[in-house]
Structure formats: structure tokens, C-alpha cells
Design a protein around this ligand. Structure first.
Ligand code: DX5
Ligand code: ZN
Length: 232
């Protein structure tokens, strides 16, 4: 996984057909996505439940790009090894998930994965400053985590601009998660984001029988984001 700041579209399989993850993943990759975003929820840190390491291991052989695992769980540390063994390329933990995020990020890298740090819409970036040299990705949540299909929170644009300046030349991705559409993607691309997670906006209207719609949806988000980059 080499580093660059080109726009990357990461569909969230939270919006895929849960009975058919293998084919859904093959379809979005064939239709041009860059990463595959996997939302892990524990019914405790967030008010929803999804899936754990066995599902990640089961879908891993279908992912040819990057397996981007977003852990919305607390505690995190007892499960890092299992998600790394399941084949996660990136493991992202929340700043808000416990008192020892520094230790969590160390553990993610020690287990051989890229380390991601997610921050909720209500959290500031002061606490990120001393973590910048131990992360590969910062995920700015533009909805409160827990569900797909929520409305983008515009106050996070300013946060991304400040974060981009704070990161400077460090090889750290800025990922945006929640409410990304062809309308909101350009705002974040211009502010400095490079990885755009999109669940409902990628999967809406398509299916494994009709995967071309996934391609159109991915292209619409990418074109809007790249257009904003050029204009910025
Ligand atoms: C929210 C998840 C997101 C979500 C994105 O808790 O982390 O990845 O699935 O879904 P949309 O794009 O529908 O907001
Ligand atoms: Zn997510």
C-alpha cells in the first residue's frame, strides 16, 4: 500500500447486500472503487451491531484493493490482533473509544496494519497533535457513527482544513466518513481529504445484477471531488 494524495473512493459495505458480500465486493471493485470500507459496530460504542473478525476473514479473499476496517467498538485493544489476522490493511480506532488511544495505535502498527484514527463530529483536533507521527490515516466523521444514510455535517469542513495544515508533509491520509455524495465530496476534496467513504451514495440503485450503476455512482463522486481539487 503506497502513499499518495489522489482521490480514493471507499464504498462502505454497510450499504451492500449482507447476504452477498463476496459478489458485492467483486462488483464495486470491477466498477472502479479504490478501497473497501468495512464498518465494525459493537452495540456499545455505537447504537448498532454489524460484524467481527470472522466476517472480515471471510470477505478478505474477495478484496483485491485495500481492506479498510473502521472499528466503532470499545474496548478496542483486545480485538486488534484478530482484525489484523483477518487481513485488514488499515485498522481505524476512535479517539473517543478509550483513555489510551496512543497505546491502541502502537498496537495496530505492531500487528502489521496501517493505523487509522477516527474522530467524531463533536471532537476537536487538539488531541490529534501528539499522535500525528504514529498514524497513517485520520478519519473525520461527518455523521455521528452508527448508521449509513445520515446527513453530512457541514461544520466538519473547517476541521478538515485545519487538520490538513497540521499534517503538513507527513504521509497521512485524510478520510471522510458519512453523508458523502457528489454534492458533499467536492467540499471535502477542496478542504484536503483524499479518501472518501460512501455507503448509500455508491450502492443506491445498483445490484450485483446491475453493477453498472455502482460504476456511475463511483464516477460521479470521483469526478466531483477531482474537479474541486483542480479548482482549489
Ligand atoms: C457510519 C459509518 C459509515 C457509513 C457511511 O457509522 O462509519 O461508513 O456507512 O454511510 P453513508 O455514506 O450512507 O453515510
Ligand atoms: Zn465507516
Amino acid at each position: 500500500m503506497s502513499f499518495d494524495r489522489s482521490i480514493k473512493i471507499a464504498p462502505s459495505i454497510l450499504s451492500a447486500d449482507f447476504a452477498n458480500f463476496g459478489q458485492e465486493i467483486q462488483a464495486i471493485e470491477a466498477q472502479g472503487c479504490d478501497w473497501v470500507h468495512v464498518d465494525v459496530m459493537d452495540g456499545h460504542f455505537v447504537p448498532n451491531l454489524t460484524f467481527g473478525p470472522p466476517l472480515c476473514a471471510a470477505i478478505r479473499p474477495h478484496i483485491k484493493t485495500v481492506m479498510d476496517v473502521h472499528l466503532m467498538i470499545s474496548p478496542v485493544d483486545p480485538y486488534i490482533e484478530a482484525f489484523a489476522e483477518a487481513g485488514a490493511d488499515v485498522i481505524t480506532a476512535h479517539l473517543e473509544a478509550g483513555p489510551h488511544i496512543h497505546r491502541t495505535l502502537q498496537a495496530i502498527r505492531a500487528n502489521g496494519a496501517k493505523a487509522g484514527l477516527a474522530i467524531n463530529p463533536g471532537s476537536g483536533i487538539d488531541d490529534v497533535e501528539y499522535l500525528l507521527d504514529m498514524v497513517d490515516l485520520i478519519c473525520v466523521m461527518t455523521v455521528n457513527p452508527g448508521f449509513g444514510g445520515q446527513k453530512f455535517i457541514h461544520s466538519q469542513i473547517d476541521k478538515v482544513k485545519k487538520l490538513r495544515a497540521m499534517i503538513g508533509d507527513r504521509p497521512v491520509h485524510i478520510e471522510i466518513d458519512g453523508g458523502i455524495t457528489p454534492e458533499t465530496a467536492p467540499l471535502m476534496a477542496a478542504a484536503g481529504a483524499d479518501v472518501l467513504v460512501a455507503g448509500s451514495a455508491v450502492f443506491k440503485g445498483g445490484s450485483v445484477e446491475n453493477p453498472g450503476v455502482y460504476g456511475e455512482n463511483i464516477r460521479a463522486i470521483r469526478d466531483a471531488a477531482e474537479g474541486a481539487r483542480k479548482a482549489a
